[in-house]
Write a protein that binds this ligand. Structure first.
Ligand SMILES: Nc1ncnc2c1ncn2[C@@H]1O[C@H](COP(=O)(O)OP(=O)(O)OP(=O)(O)O)[C@@H](O)[C@H]1O
Ligand SMILES: O=P(O)(O)OC[C@H]1O[C@](O)(CO)[C@@H](O)[C@@H]1O
Ligand SMILES: [Mg+2]
Length: 523
């Protein structure tokens, strides 16, 4: 097993096309480490559980829908407690850090790491790092005990604070070494997990007995491989309140338009699921589905139709939608935040100013804009997310105690697994607008697809380079998000380093628009 020289990939193969994409273990570079019986076997709560320990050979399949002759495909190591651990309880000195934007459930994960370490493994030394990665070397630490974290899951945000922007990996590892920390739990999104991978590499380079465990976080639900990210359900639930308010506002005025801007810099999962759940939404606009305002099949035409039919309408817009249109009209430059994320133009404000009274509607038209973005991500997580956060935290703790390192945790087809960092950082998931979930949305809102059916058909028929098709094909490359009509948690994928259907369709759309524009100019 293993691939010498390649620190990223640890592969094992088996019969029938079985591939295990494994995670590193401390014994990979510290082969003489002693192991100990897992103290859980004497824990009154867990000792009665039949087969409580996970078999070392258990793996979780990435591809759950298969054909008779399909190769068995990629698997990940199953998460959970092992018979033997590589840390003695009083030897462990753990720390927890939270980075990136807020997300409901951060405090629950912190709480459950602390309580899991304490109650399951008898670990007493746990530090909180204040203010994200930079806090390792620029701030004091916080001592975490079950008592300190007892009710933090009822609060929004992160009790540890967070930050965006750069950090110094060497200084972080120096701080880990100086403080004698040997388990590092890192909660954060794609940027954070990239940082965690580099920290792990530096720890391995220095030959330290330090386990690094990542817990993936993003409210946008755009992390690949895992079924869903924590806090997403809370966000969709909370978005309902804003959509309901927008609906009430729109109903109370003649030709009222309620507009709700939701989070989603690069992906529209929150907007899509909030729309599907609500059934009061007439139009959902997301970054993956380019739209246009004027002409046949455009937004103005649809607004006019809905107002004539209903006298009011609700539009949900993900903040990353229509950025090309906004930039075009505001002639803005590409700007980035401290972490290199794209800074967005305010599409909500822009579109609300752009919505004109359709000539055929002889009445007052008014729009009401709701921006619940930060209200949504600052609330405590709902019950189902709390349970999910507990499982994530416990999976991470079991993995670190068992000596695994340089891994992230998450459910793959419903079973928790240890996943190599690079698998969740190599791309971001996106809504695939040729998958069935987007079709469900279109059929529930009746909004236009903003695409020419002929172009879609042609795009599907054309011979595509690898990775250019919809979720099913993107899935074959790297993802777990195969479209399955019974899988409401699935999301489509688009590889960021591969051309994908969305960009292809955008290109087609642009060509059609240029063509129409040229015809109009001529006439
Ligand atoms: N490419 C990278 N390599 C190493 N570290 C990074 C990278 N990108 C970001 N980081 C580190 O991770 C931290 C958080 O990154 P970022 O602000 O992008 O949030 P995130 O983890 O992606 O979460 P969110 O879901 O809110 O986007 C930053 O403080 C930064 O130091
Ligand atoms: O305002 P901040 O903290 O940069 O975070 C906003 C961003 O965070 C995200 O939720 C990603 O985590 C984006 O959808 C959103 O644009
Ligand atoms: Mg990010």
């Amino acid at each position: 097993m293993g691939n010498p020289g390649d620190t990223q990939m640890k592969l094992a193969t088996g019969e029938g096309g079985y591939v295990l994409e494994d995670v590193p273990h401390l014994t990979d570079y510290l082969p003489d480490l002693p192991s100990y019986p897992n103290p859980l076997q004497d824990n009154p709560a867990y000792s009665a559980v039949k087969q409580y320990f996970v078999n070392d050979d258990d793996t979780v399949t990435q591809k759950i829908v298969v054909h008779k002759d399909s190769p068995r495909g990629v698997h990940f190591r199953r998460a959970g407690p092992r018979q033997r651990v590589y840390f003695e309880s009083d030897e462990v000195h753990a720390c927890i850090v939270t980075c990136g934007g807020l997300c409901p459930g951060l405090n629950t994960v912190i709480r459950e790491i602390v309580c899991g370490l304490y109650h399951m493994y008898g670990v007493k030394k746990i530090l909180g790092i204040d203010g994200g990665y930079r806090g390792f070397y620029s701030k004091n630490t916080v001592t975490l005990t079950p008592k300190v974290v007892n009710d933090i899951h009822k609060r929004g945000g992160t009790v540890l604070g967070t930050s965006r922007g750069g950090h110094d990996t060497s200084k972080i590892v120096d701080s880990i070494q100086d403080r004698g920390i040997n388990q590092v739990y890192i909660l954060g999104g794609d940027g954070t997990q990239r940082g965690a991978a580099v920290i792990f590499e530096e720890i391995r380079r220095r030959g330290l007995k330090v386990a690094v465990a990542g817990i993936p976080k993003t409210i946008d639900n755009d992390i690949p491989v895992i079924d869903k990210s924590f806090g997403f359900d809370t966000a969709v639930e909370e978005a309902q309140r804003a959509i309901n308010a927008a609906h009430v506002e729109s109903l109370s005025i003649e030709n009222g338009i309620g507009l709700v801007k939701l989070m989603g810099r690069y992906s529209g999962f929150i907007a899509m699921y909030a729309t599907l759940a609500s059934r009061d939404v007439d139009c959902c606009l997301i970054p993956e589905s380019p739209f246009y305002l004027e002409g046949s099949g455009g937004l103005y035409e649809y607004i006019e139709k809905r107002l004539k039919e209903n006298g009011h309408m609700v539009i949900v817009i993900a903040e990353g939608a229509g950025q090309d249109l906004v930039s075009e009209s505001l002639q803005s430059m590409d700007q980035q935040d401290a972490s290199g994320n794209k800074l967005l133009q305010d599409v909500g404000l822009w579109i609300s100013h752009r919505i004109k009274v359709p000539p055929s509607i002889d009445a007052w038209l008014s729009s009401r804009c709701l921006y619940p973005t930060y209200m949504i991500r600052a609330i405590p997580s709902i019950a189902s997310d709390n349970v999910y956060c507990t499982l994530l935290a416990h999976s991470a703790v079991h993995g670190a105690m068992a000596g695994y390192t340089g891994f992230t945790v998450g459910p793959v087809n419903g079973r928790h697994a240890y996943i190599p960092f690079n698998r969740i950082t190599e791309k971001q998931n996106k809504v695939v607008i040729t998958d069935r979930m987007w079709a469900r949305l279109l059929s529930s809102t009746n909004q236009p697809s903003f695409l020419n059916p002929k172009d879609i058909a042609e795009a599907k028929e054309e011979k595509q380079p690898p990775g250019l098709l919809d979720g099913e094909n993107c899935k074959d490359k790297k993802s777990n998000t195969e479209e399955d009509p019974s899988n409401l948690g699935c999301h489509g994928t688009e590889s960021t380093d591969q051309p994908c259907i969305a960009s292809f369709l955008s290109f087609m759309f642009l060509c059609v628009m240029l063509f129409l524009y040229a015809i109009r100019e001529d006439s």
